[in-house]
Write a protein that binds this ligand. Structure first.
Ligand code: ADP
Length: 802
């Protein structure tokens, strides 16, 4: 610089003059120089001279360390050495001046230590400012494009966790920090959750829940506080922070942008560095922009997700519920009268419930022309009032009962209504039937001739019908009714008395298995004793505890007395029958002897008359004889009956030839009748039997056949023998037996009482005795008969008596 001055001088003399007064010369030079010239003392750096005395030369604190290092380096320079540096100072106005300085040593002390240095500095402020502006613009440009790339990512954001991870990485890389976190502030004022975040591979994840007082600056992200960005350049020296916590986490500095919604802090977006860091304004601004955009997107995503979920939920419900579910719009005419309904949506159950298909987009009047106006009015009312309606009603158009829940969708003025409805036709019909049956039951209960009652656990009847009240006017169980219990006496089936604590009701209350009906005698107010039959069963609740009993009481007094009377008369009857049997037995026995004598005498007289040739008297006597035979037969029947009833019928078994016996008896009877007898018998059909008794059977059947068939008709007797024994049948061509009487002919004293049958003599004992004899032989007897055609009696005797 000085050499340039020399070159510019024209007059040597002037030059010499100037040089001879270097102080003035230098002063003049430096005055006109645009450069800033200072002389400083070393090593302190104190300014001894400057050509800009108005400068305050306050070095920017950020540049101080660098300046000190520069002075030290300057001090080590040789005489011709010079070094440059750039630094910032503020001028008198406080403006920041950028300087580019060049320094060299120009004075040393006698130990050759430099004591003074000359520094010539150029003001680079304008240049710098231009450069900085460019930088700023560049940065701004970069920031904007970063912001728009993030915004683009946000638009495409799908899965929040993944998206936040990616965004975190991108933002952290952009700011060159190891952490980028997104913190959610829940309703809990004490904590905050680092919900999403990215960390580089050298740093641990910060995700987790933290106590606000540990990590946050007091007031930061607290509800109601101003949403100011928190910038910490050094956590360890920031008095607002708890240095230890941050040291433990390895956090040196951070920017955190809190965001609020509805006055509540919700979100904190931070970038965090391990080292202290001088955050630039543009970085802070960018963070603010990012946070705002991200949060609003996150919030939107939240809402969308919730919406999607609720929409899905709604759809799922809509599609799966069994009830019909439709979205309707009530249509009004120009006079504001509800005139029709437009169907916007319907779930799958709809057409099952009301049987109408493909209704979406149609009008109700179009689908159901007969729909009653009341339905449209109902929904119109919901639209007008906004009050939900629940009702059950009959639809004439569908011919069904429906249960409907209708509510308006949207606020006042919205014409939309959702209806959830069900076909309750079956229920209504059942209810109706139930009502009828309940009424029926109630009337049955009331008028039931059986006493019915429902008692609680204390034995007090809550419900009694009239019949029950007749016996329990106080409504208390006999066992619980001290006053009236004496009116009751209970009996076991064996007739023994039952103690009061074992009465049916109290047993049921104890939970004993349903006891059988117990007979109890009740004394009414007039002292009349009434027989009853009582049973009680316990009623249990769902916990199996006994809550009461149901008692059934039947008045069996009349029954009981009738049964007793019946028993009495049966006893009496049996007695009479016995007396009668005794009498018949005695009488027939007493008659037997004189009749036998009579018969003997008559036979003698007949013989004499025959010898005398007195034919007229002999005929008369034979008639007498026939009557005596009849009398004898009657007496024999009576005697046999008595024997049978006394179990006295004895058999004298021998081997008999049945054909021979049949022939004998037919011959005997054919003498006194003009019927034709046809015998079809196998030879040698022998059997072990009582000859007299089986003969009696044959004669009985033959004489009945004769008696109950017209004279001259044929009587056919057959006899067959096989391994099982002998079967004999007697067939006549007689009057037959009425069908209703066939089964009774073997009963004692039974006689068919049809027309003209009375004219035949008899006592109804012959077949009875016949049957008894056959059975005594172990055989069977049966009859087949047809009125007007004839009868066939068949008996079978086993080969051996078993
Ligand atoms: P009875 O002394 O009256 O003949 P039975 O015991 O022999 O008594 O017969 C009972 C009744 O069965 C008779 O009164 C008669 O009405 C009917 N009966 C018996 N055998 C015949 C028959 N062969 N044909 C029609 N009716 C008969």
């Amino acid at each position: 610089m000085l050499s340039t001055i020399y070159l510019m001088d024209k007059s040597m003399e002037e030059t010499r003059l100037l040089i001879n007064n270097p102080g003035h010369f230098l002063q003049a030079v430096t005055d006109i120089m645009s450069e800033i010239v200072t002389i400083i003392a070393l090593p302190s750096g104190d300014i001894l001279y400057t050509n800009r005395p108005s400068f305050r030369f306050q070095t920017h604190p950020d540049d101080l360390p660098a300046m000190q290092a520069w002075y030290q380096r300057l001090a080590t320079l040789g005489d011709n050495g010079k070094i440059t540096t750039e630094y910032r100072v503020s001028n008198d106005n406080g403006d920041l001046i950028y300087l580019s300085a060049q320094g060299r040593i120009f004075q040393r002390d006698n130990t050759n230590t430099p004591t003074h240095a000359l520094i010539v500095a150029q003001d680079l402020t304008e240049q710098k400012k231009a450069g900085l502006e460019i930088l700023r613009l560049e940065r701004h440009e970069r920031d904007q494009s970063f912001l728009s790339s993030i915004t683009k990512d946000l638009v495409e954001l799908k899965n929040m966790t993944d998206a936040m991870e990616e965004l975190g990485e991108k933002i952290a890389n952009y700011f060159q920090v190891p952490w980028c976190t997104f913190t959610e502030l829940t309703d809990d004022p004490e904590t905050g959750v680092f919900s999403y975040g990215w960390n580089d591979s050298n740093s641990p994840s910060l995700n987790g829940t933290y106590r606000r007082q540990d990590l946050w600056i007091a007031g930061q992200a607290t509800d109601g506080a101003a949403a100011e960005v928190i910038v910490t350049c050094d956590t360890q020296s920031d008095p607002r922070l708890n240095a230890a916590t941050f040291a433990a986490l390895g956090i040196g500095s951070y920017i955190a942008v809190p965001l609020a919604r509805e006055g509540k802090f919700r979100f904190l977006h931070s970038i965090t560095d391990t080292k202290p860091r001088q955050w630039r304004d543009d970085e802070i601004r960018l963070m603010q922009d990012l946070a705002t955009r991200i949060w609003s997107r996150v919030e939107r995503a939240r809402v969308e997700e919730a919406l999607k979920k609720s929409e899905q939920k709604y759809r799922a419900i809509f599609n799966s519920i069994n009830e019909g579910f439709t979205l309707l719009e009530v249509l009004f005419d120009t006079e504001d009268n509800a005139c029709d309904i437009l169907i916007h949506d319907a779930n799958p159950a709809q057409n099952r419930v009301d049987g109408v298909q493909a209704i979406i987009g149609k009008r109700v009047r179009e689908i159901l022309p007969d729909i009653e106006q009341k339905w449209i009015d109902r929904y119109a009312k919901v639209v007008r009032t906004g009050e939900p309606e629940h009702f059950e009603d009959w639809s004439e158009a569908n011919h069904r009962w429906y249960e409907v829940n209708a509510s308006r969708v949207g606020g006042p003025g919205s014409p939309l209504v959702t209806i959830v409805y069900n076909d309750i036709n079956d229920r209504k019909t059942t209810e109706e039937a139930l009502r009828n049956s309940e009424a029926l039951l109630a009337s049955v209960f009331k008028v039931s001739p059986v006493g019915l009652g429902l008692a609680d656990a204390t034995g007090k009847y809550l419900l009694l019908n009239d019949e029950m009240r007749r016996f329990l006017p106080t409504g208390l169980m006999p066992s619980k009714d001290d006053e009236r219990s004496s009116r009751w006496i209970a009996y076991n089936p064996d007739g023994s008395a039952i103690e009061r604590h074992d009465y049916p009701g109290i047993r049921a209350l104890r939970g004993e298995p349903v006891p059988p009906f117990t007979e109890m005698l009740y004394a009414d107010d007039d002292g009349n004793k009434i027989w009853t039959k009582i049973s009680s069963i316990p009623i249990r609740n769902e916990k199996d505890e006994i809550t009461g009993v149901v008692t059934v009481l039947t008045d069996i007094d009349e029954l009981k007395r009738t049964a007793e009377a019946l028993q009495d008369s049966e006893r009496q009857l049996k007695q009479l029958i016995r007396q009668k049997d005794d009498f018949i037995g005695t009488a027939s026995h007493e008659l037997k002897t004189p009749v036998t004598s009579m018969k003997m005498y008559a036979d003698i007289v007949q013989e004499r008359l025959d010898e005398l040739g007195d034919k007229g008297d002999s005929d008369l006597l034979s008639k007498l004889n026939a009557q005596i035979d009849r009398l004898t037969s009657l007496i024999n029947h009576l005697l046999d009956t008595t024997r049978i009833s006394e179990g006295q019928l004895k058999l004298a078994l021998e081997r008999i030839d049945i054909k021979e016996l049949l022939t004998e008896r037919i011959e005997e009877i054919s003498r006194i009748t003009n019927h034709h007898f046809v015998l079809q018998a196998q030879d040698r059909s022998t059997i072990l039997a009582d000859r007299e008794r089986i003969g009696q059977v044959i004669t009985n059947l033959l004489s009945n056949a004769v008696k109950y068939s017209p004279k001259g008709t044929t009587i056919t007797i057959t006899s067959r023998a096989d391994n099982d024994g002998v079967t004999v049948s007697v067939r006549d061509e007689g009057y037959g037996i009425p069908e209703k009487d066939v089964s009774k002919v073997f009963d004692r004293f039974f006689r068919v009482s049809a027309n003209n049958m009375d004219t035949f003599p008899g006592m109804g004992l012959g077949l009875y005795i016949t049957d008894q004899i056959v059975h005594k032989h172990g055989g069977t007897i049966a009859v087949k008969s047809k009125e007007g055609v004839g009868s066939t009696f068949t008996f079978t005797l086993p080969d051996k008596i078993k």
